[in-house]
Design a binder for this molecule. Structure first.
Ligand code: NAP
Ligand code: GDD
Length: 328
């Protein structure tokens, strides 16, 4: 039975990846940080097969203990401070967790591996946010990185450190440059879930309007369940490498709003959305669209969920959740 260690198991991707690996017969260990972390219960309820180990990406010795306990064949480093807007307010902490945390996890993996440095396969959760002020359209593995946020800068550090460990030590280390991926498990601070939840609440008469920032930003949005499959495929490849994972389509926040409100029978949302400057960012990433040709051809990966299906899935899940919370 193969063994995997997932950092960030309490997050959106961690939960989907744990489900995927358990379904494939893996023994799955999930790193959970902090004392009495409330998200631990979420993992225990939603993916009960996961064995929890405690540790923090900023604490190398805790990661080494986790490696010894899990004795993994595969390490998926998904843990990060992942909310871009928060990264300006907590730039140093973001650098320590999202940037230096990658180095700590690579070191824990290297030291655990001993003389056989290719024995543990390593996945790093890199991000399309690294493209920032995009230098090419669409963005591929060869596109120059130009990050626009402390989060993006920290991800660039982790990305290059992963490549450096592959090149320096011959580790099977892969970096997945994933474009935005969403689901009903998405945190409510991200724009897609903020909208799907608000649309559900507005349609049920529980909320009057929604305040948002820049409605013109465009993202290449896919379904998180499809994207964790790409992570697994990378670690089954003969050697570590870097791959863009994206749908190849881009849509604005306005288009997301159109489909989300239409799902609850509202065609004109202009009076229901308030543009609030508080949600604008010091530097914006205006346009992301990925070219995933390499992942398609080398890994046989294909996204399964379309943009309208994704939006509909999220609104429907939030309608169910809000009805249940309101006792309807
Ligand atoms: P998420 O839901 O925000 O999950 C982040 C995870 O990191 C949580 O489990 C969190 O634990 C954990 N974490 C935070 N600080 C930590 C620390 N100091 N030590 C250990 N764990 C820590 O993010 P996601 O959407 O699942 O994304 C997974 C990864 O992919 C992240 O690295 C993200 O940056 C990257 N990524 C995401 C996307 C996307 O569109 N979703 C795209 C590209 C890349 P707590 O629950 O305890 O806070
Ligand atoms: N969160 C949020 N809230 N974003 C808003 C809002 C709002 O009220 N209004 C407009 N936006 C715009 C943001 O300015 C941004 O252009 C876009 O919506 C998407 O924002 P997020 O959903 O917060 O995601 P992100 O693109 O910044 O970052 C996500 O994707 C990255 C990959 O490109 C995160 O998952 C990152 O962790 C990930 O690396």
């Amino acid at each position: 039975m193969p063994r995997a260690l997932i950092t960030g198991v309490t997050g959106q991707d961690g939960l989907y990846l744990a489900e995927l690996l358990l379904g494939k017969g893996y023994e799955v260990f999930g790193l959970v940080r902090g004392q009495n972390n409330p998200k631990r219960e979420l993992v225990e309820q939603q993916v009960p097969g996961v064995q929890i180990v405690t540790g923090d990406l900023t604490d190398l010795s805790s990661l080494m203990r986790a490696m010894t306990t899990a004795a993994p064949d595969e390490v998926y480093n998904l843990g990060a401070i992942s909310f871009v807007a928060y990264s300006w307010e907590n730039a140093r902490l973001t650098s320590e967790v999202t940037g230096l945390g990658v180095l700590n996890m690579l070191e824990a993996t290297r030291l655990y591996s001993g003389d056989d440095l290719s024995r543990v396969r390593f996945y790093q959760a890199s991000s399309s946010e690294m493209f920032g002020k995009v230098q090419q359209v669409p963005q591929s593995e060869a596109t120059l990185l130009w990050p626009r946020s402390p989060y993006g800068v920290a991800k660039v550090y982790g990305h290059y450190m992963t490549i450096n460990y592959r090149e320096s030590y011959g580790m099977h280390a892969s970096s997945g440059i994933l474009f935005n991926h969403e689901s009903p498990r998405r945190g409510p601070e991200f724009v897609t879930r903020k909208i799907s939840r608000a649309v559900a609440r507005i349609s049920l008469g529980l909320q009057d309007s929604i305040s948002l920032g820049n409605l013109d930003a465009k993202r290449d949005w896919g379904f998180a369940g499809d994207y964790v499959d790409a992570m697994w495929r990378m670690l089954q490849a003969p050697a570590g490498d870097d791959y863009v994972v994206a749908t190849g389509e881009t849509h604005s926040i306005r288009e997301y709003l159109d489909i989300a409100f239409a799902r609850v029978g509202i065609d004109d949302w202009s009076d229901l959305v308030v543009v609030d400057p508080r949600f604008f960012r010091p530097a914006e990433v205006d346009l992301l669209i990925g070219d995933a040709t390499k992942a398609r051809t080398e890994l046989g990966w294909e996204p399964q969920v379309s943009f309208p299906e994704l939006v509909t899935m999220m609104v429907d899940a939030d309608l169910d959740e809000q009805r249940a919370l309101a006792g309807r």
